[in-house]
Write a protein that binds this ligand. Structure first.
Ligand code: BEZ
Length: 188
């Protein structure tokens, strides 16, 4: 099941092609930008927690066997570490298509390690989108991730790349670490 959010994103938040803006990545964007950027800086956002609750029917799974990828849920007091990219507005054309399976652009305040902050965009999949899977027991999420494959590759690689990238950033994420630990023990 999928909902193409490409047009919705363009209509509700038009951005000039020549504008410069910050984009906060908390999933695959941390280790794989795949677009041109002007600057890249580790950052975190407050009040949000990363969860593998979004279904992936088009990248890390299929409509018959969806994978699980990251989205964010509101959680007072939580910090979500990721990567901020300063980009030109026209980069959003490609990103809107790449993240079209239920992700809407939202604005956020990003905090940098030097104490400064900036407004930025992120892609968020909320529970009302058709591809949302929500919470499940850890073992069941791990088995789904270990088994799923899609046009962008194995779902397990998405999870393990994210876990490694977060470790490299020195960022703690109990949800990602617990899933990665479990998935590593499930045969590919
Ligand atoms: C991210 O890395 O921030 C991201 C990537 C795909 C969809 C949503 C978010």
């Amino acid at each position: 099941m999928s909902l193409d959010t490409t047009l919705i994103n363009r209509q509700r938040m038009p951005v000039d092609d020549a504008a410069e803006l910050w984009l906060f990545g908390y999933g695959s964007l941390i280790w794989k930008a795949g677009f041109a950027y002007l600057e890249r800086r580790p950052a975190h956002i407050e009040g949000w927690a990363r969860r593998f609750w979004q279904g992936s029917h088009d990248h890390r799974g299929t409509p018959e066997a969806p994978g699980r990828v990251a989205t964010l849920i509101r959680q007072p007091g939580a910090l979500c570490h990721g990567m901020a990219y300063r980009i030109a507005g026209d980069v959003l054309h490609g990103l809107d298509i790449r993240e079209k399976n239920g992700y809407l652009r939202e604005t956020t305040l990003m905090h940098f390690a030097d104490g400064s902050h900036a407004e930025g965009l992120l892609y968020l999949a909320t529970e009302d989108n058709a591809a949302f899977l929500g919470d499940a027991p850890l073992e069941s999420m791990a088995r789904q991730i270990a088994a799923a494959h899609g046009p962008s590759g194995a779902n397990r690689d998405y999870l393990l790349n994210l876990a490694t990238a977060l470790e490299d950033l020195g960022a703690e994420d109990e949800h990602v670490a617990a899933l990665a630990k479990r998935v590593q023990h499930i045969k590919a």
